[in-house]
Design a protein around this ligand. Structure first.
Ligand code: ADE
Length: 225
């Protein structure tokens, strides 16, 4: 898989791409992630990538030209399954969408900024708009990183059997049950007896029961889906 990320803050991705699962997936060539600096494509003599909004008092808006030129350049090089735009005014991201994205070959993610981007970019290039939650963060970079991470961990060969994405929360619309490690007794705080029993069937039953209890308590909406 290839993911192209279009941003005005490329440096925000340096540590994210050089850490943990994303780093390993890139090293193993399970994914290639390219970070493109939108500012490199502006034809403005002051290197500007934003301008005043025609709607008065609405703050600065990202201009069309640098973004359009960059998207056109990338689209001429390969076909993209989706061109994603990160923005709070969009459908909420979920595991189902991550699963669908993980089956794609080429994804482009445009990071939103300021008070947004000229609507004509959204109308003419964007195929999916995504919000990572009902709150506003300063820019779309963190949202793009969340999306990239959630996709890459699903790619075959990225996680080991032990950490398999199949057992993640949400994969079966259930939250994950609690987990414990040694010691079995920490100052009187005991691990549930069943986990020490060695009985795999009983342990699986306990895990499912706990997962259902937790989901019912914290995310009953998942049980309705
Ligand atoms: N940019 C600002 N807030 C965002 C959000 N909640 N999701 C995606 N992109 C954003």
């Amino acid at each position: 898989m290839r993911i192209d990320i279009l941003t005005i803050f490329p440096e925000m991705f340096t540590s994210i791409l050089n850490t943990s699962i994303l780093k390993r997936a890139i090293e193993k060539k399970e994914v290639s992630i390219f970070i493109h600096n939108i500012r490199d494509y502006t034809k403005d003599k002051h290197k500007k990538v934003d301008d005043y909004s025609f709607s008065k008092g609405a703050g600065m808006v990202m201009t069309i030209q640098p973004v359009a030129d960059l998207i056109e350049k990338l689209k001429a090089e390969r076909n993209y399954d989706e061109i994603i735009y990160t923005t709070p005014d969009a459908n909420l991201y979920d595991q189902k969408t991550a699963n669908t994205f993980s089956l794609c070959n080429n994804l482009m993610i445009l990071c939103g900024h300021y008070k947004g981007i000229d609507q004509r970019i959204r109308d003419h290039y964007i195929t999916k708009e995504i919000s990572i939650g009902s709150y506003v963060i300063t820019g779309g970079e963190l949202a793009a990183a969340v999306i990239a991470d959630s996709i890459v961990r699903l790619l075959p060969g990225v996680l080991s059997d032990e950490t398999s994405a199949l057992t993640d929360s949400f994969q079966d619309n259930l939250l994950s049950p609690p987990v414990y490690t040694r010691p079995a007794d920490y100052k009187g705080w005991k691990v549930p007896d069943v986990l020490l029993s060695g009985n795999d069937k009983k342990i699986d039953e306990w895990k499912l029961k706990k997962a259902k209890e937790l989901t019912k308590k914290l995310r009953p909406d998942l049980l309705d889906e």
